[in-house]
Ligand binder design. Structure first.
Ligand code: PFF
Length: 487
């Protein structure tokens, strides 16, 4: 069925897209990954680069993805093909849609394992299994939780089933309805935790750690990680935003919705940092304890609070819910593709995808127990999924999207979708044409060790100047062409 022949599903409510896309972007990445990455990469300098990546790369690419989704009115594979065709470009561009859809699936394969940790901690806090006297005690609980594949597999399977149930119900009755109440609850919980951090923990130390922008700490590795995470946290290049954009009503502003989503996402990440680091420092823990950070420090903090047990339960419930609102978005692209391009009902598509997802995620889950020795180049399957998606596929997908929308789509199509003032459009186009590709390529070169002594900022400035000259050249050529007498 062609995109135009298909009855179009749209978000029901005015806030449908914003809530769903914020639900997608606010997730484990904000509350679990961002704090531990900041801890590992040394704090404020990493945060600064991350914020720059969000503003200069994430926001322009998110606008492009929503525009492509809405214009194509279909799943990422179809939508990209459709907009490329409308601009007279090759069908091969749909490869970009393919890559993003596969990327979303791969992320979900390890994401459900972490979401499984959250839900198992919810259970532990309700059933009284989350008590320890020290960080070491909490670490032992975390280890024991991972060591049993049946236990871990149970929780990640549960997450998989709930995700597929919601997606199977459809865009409005499943996704939109479920995101409406979940995100505000999470924000309230985080706010409560910050109040706790101010009152009872070492807020000053935590704040300082997050916002002391010491650029000496910055390594090329940290820059690559910050950029990968900017894509991850905004759910870019993983099919989710294109898929959700396909349901965005024509009268809603892409610029405004993108800014709302990006700001909410960033605020939640910073709030999570402000809630967690003060507690870590107050308890004498190291901020660089890696992926287990939130599962050791937070329970310990709650333990010290009045009604801490209830608070812990509510927090882990909210964390689980935040993970779910992201999970559903990661798989929506694949389900929509099976539904729209292969005629499967949404329910069938969901179950089919769910089974494959379960198999792959089980392999990822085994990295923590029976498969602890199964490594390739020092990485487990779980780590490979994370590495390949965050470090490779997402930046590459972002690069492709920037080039497609910046150079190859017809200008009037993009302008119609984005509906922004000329100066803002010029800025957006400049970011997509030059800032995004240059930043992504430089960071890659650096990761490969081709820039010699690390990422040198003069490189970036130099390439931006070159970009500016190319842009001026393109403009001059266009205006000469416009002024040429018509023969
Ligand atoms: N943005 C989500 C988070 O920060 O947890 C993760 C994510 C969701 C990545 C959806 C990719 C995606 F398509």
């Amino acid at each position: 069925m062609t995109a135009s022949a298909r009855p179009q599903t749209l978000w029901l409510g005015r806030w449908g897209f914003v809530l769903a896309a914020t639900g997608s972007s606010v997730g484990l990445g904000n509350i679990w990954k961002f704090p531990y990455m900041t801890g590992e990469y040394g704090g404020g300098a990493f945060v600064l680069v991350y914020l720059l990546c969000i503003a200069l790369i994430g926001v322009p690419i998110m606008m492009a993805e929503i525009a492509v989704g809405r214009r194509g009115r279909a799943n990422p594979v179809e939508a990209v093909r459709q907009v490329a065709r409308e601009s007279g470009r090759s069908r091969l561009w749909s490869g970009l849609g393919w890559m993003s859809m596969i990327c979303g699936f791969m992320i979900l394969s390890f994401y459900v394992v972490v979401a499984g940790w959250s839900i198992s901690y919810l259970w532990k806090s309700v059933s009284g299994g989350l008590h320890a006297d020290s960080v070491a005690g909490m670490a032992a609980i975390f280890k024991a939780n991972n060591a049993n594949p049946w236990n871990l597999g149970f929780w990640s399977t549960l997450v998989t089933i709930v995700t597929m149930l919601i997606v199977g119900k459809g865009v409005q009755a499943g996704i939109e309805r479920s995101v409406r109440w979940m995100m505000p609850g999470l924000v309230i919980m985080l706010a409560l935790m910050i109040v706790y951090a101010i009152v009872s923990a070492d807020f000053e130390a935590g704040f300082h750690f997050l916002f002391a922008f010491n650029l000496d700490n910055l390594t090329g590795e940290a820059v690559l990680a910050a950029m990968g995470h900017a894509f991850f946290t905004l759910s870019l290049a993983a099919g989710a935003i294109i898929a959700y954009g396909a349901y965005l009503p024509a009268n809603q502003s892409i610029v405004r919705t993108t800014l709302t989503v990006a700001i909410c996402d960033t605020l939640v990440a910073l709030m999570a940092g402000l809630a967690i680091f003060p507690v870590i420092f107050a308890n004498g823990m190291d901020p660089d304890s890696g992926p287990g950070l939130i599962f050791m420090s937070l329970p310990l903090a709650f333990q010290a609070m009045p009604f801490g047990g209830v608070m812990a339960a509510v927090f882990f419930l909210m964390l689980t819910v935040a993970a779910l609102t992201s999970s559903i978005s990661m798989i929506e692209a694949t389900v929509a593709w099976l539904n729209q391009s292969h005629g499967l009902s949404r329910r069938r598509a969901s179950w089919g995808v769910g089974i494959v997802l379960w198999l792959v995620s089980t392999l990822a889950m085994l990295s923590f127990n029976v498969g602890a020795d199964w490594t390739l180049a020092g990485k487990h399957f779980f780590d490979w999924l994370d590495f390949l998606t965050s470090r490779l596929m997402m930046p590459l997908g972002g690069l492709g999207m920037a080039i497609l929308t910046g150079f190859f789509l017809r200008r009037h199509i993009v302008r119609e979708e984005l509906a922004m003032p000329t100066w803002l459009f010029a800025l957006w186009q400049f970011a997509l044409r030059y800032v995004c590709p240059i930043a992504i390529v430089l960071v890659f070169l650096d990761a490969l060790g081709w820039l010699g002594s690390g990422l040198d900022w003069r490189w970036l400035a130099g390439m931006l100047v070159v970009g500016l000259l190319v842009e001026l050249g393109l403009r001059a050529r266009a205006s000469i062409r416009d002024r040429a007498p018509v023969r």
